[in-house]
Design a protein around this ligand. Sequence first.
Ligand code: NAD
Length: 419
Amino acid sequence: MVYLHFTQPMPQSRSAFEEVNQKVRLAADLLELKPGISQALQQCEREIVISIPLRRNGKLEVLTGYRVQHSSARGPRKGGIRFHQHVDLDEVRALASLMTWKTALIDVPFGGAKGGVAVDASTLNDLEREEIIRRWTRAIHHVLGHQRDIPAPDMGTDARTMAWLMDEFHRLEGFQPACVTGKPIELFGAPGREEATGRGVAMIAAAMLDKSGEKTKGARVAIQGFGNVGRFAALACQELGFKVVAISDISGGIVKRNGIDVHEILNYKNVSEVPSHDTIAPGEVLEQRCEVLIPAALGGVINSENVSKINAEFVVEGANQPTTSDADVELRARGITVVPDILANAGGVMGSYFEWTQNIQQYSWPVDKFRRELDARMTKSFNEVHKESKKHSIDLRTAAFVLAVKRVATAFALRGELV
Ligand code: NAD
């Protein structure tokens, strides 16, 4: 099982890693890279699969954990850790590869990696969550570190999980706060990091409207997911003047045509608990009439089953791989512009870079500086991708991959041909 769905069953899908590699191949062909280099960029440098024994409910369960390091051509590998029941090696490979392209695209000195544990995070108590991340860290600490591979939060993990990871790493390797990002502010975290992905998504949505000659003020936005990315994207969209008309999470969805007050609902844990709004099924949020649709939950949610019902002008991919390749083609044919994940949700790793830098320098930035740098660098990356797409008359996803693949291939080649 590769792609996840929540309304209709997915049609037979390709592997998620193959979907990413398809885009890498296209970029490599456009760049006329040597076949060997193109091939190297489609492989992962190192893949680790571990077993994690967990005592719960009086029994011993054995979970499977992963760390895939896709590339270190441009710097230490960087990527989150996901706790989700559908995590598997193929998904982790795909996400690790996406990190390589994302870090190259926004031009930060990292490579790509991803980790995960196949477990339903909603069934874990704090003690179990701590046990899992400590065992995960113990099993692979020899390949982690601030100059080797730097994890961060992803679905099902958060700042607290990163604090436990850091603590376990310190016990084994000594003090090194830059070994992980997305930490609590009170424990070497950076003010601004938690909101960075969502804020970046909103900035990119505004930049997209601006380039298309449309106003941000009053533009309708629908958001799937109300976790780290969805919540902060909703908040930042509202601050930028968008009208947030629909939001959903796994528990349910709400819709309000004249605009949801995001501040008012922010403290609800689940969207289904929010009172006095019209309710919709979680999947229906994708079909709402709006200018901007932000999928910010799972992969594969816009697929051949529901693509014809997408009712937005722009899809800004907050989640990783929310659009299948087939659906991507159909969206384009219908004139719907997709801003790809490796650009749209790169604010998170940009923020992680700022946190890593501050930890290494032992110098902390005020949140205003963090936001200014984030906004400026995300806008710069958007402009570069937009320019590339216009220059070669290609879609934004292809343009983003061309820029990213070019940077990684150049670094790879400059490192030399003798091994
Ligand atoms: P999260 O665990 O904080 O939140 C996930 C949200 O998705 C929750 O609100 C959950 O209820 C919702 N959801 C889960 N299943 C759903 C379903 N079937 N229908 C509707 N909603 C559902 O995760 P997150 O960190 O916000 O990550 C979301 C996506 O963004 C993932 O694809 C992740 O890889 C990507 N991403 C996250 C970051 C980051 O910094 N956290 C950075 C880049 C990309």
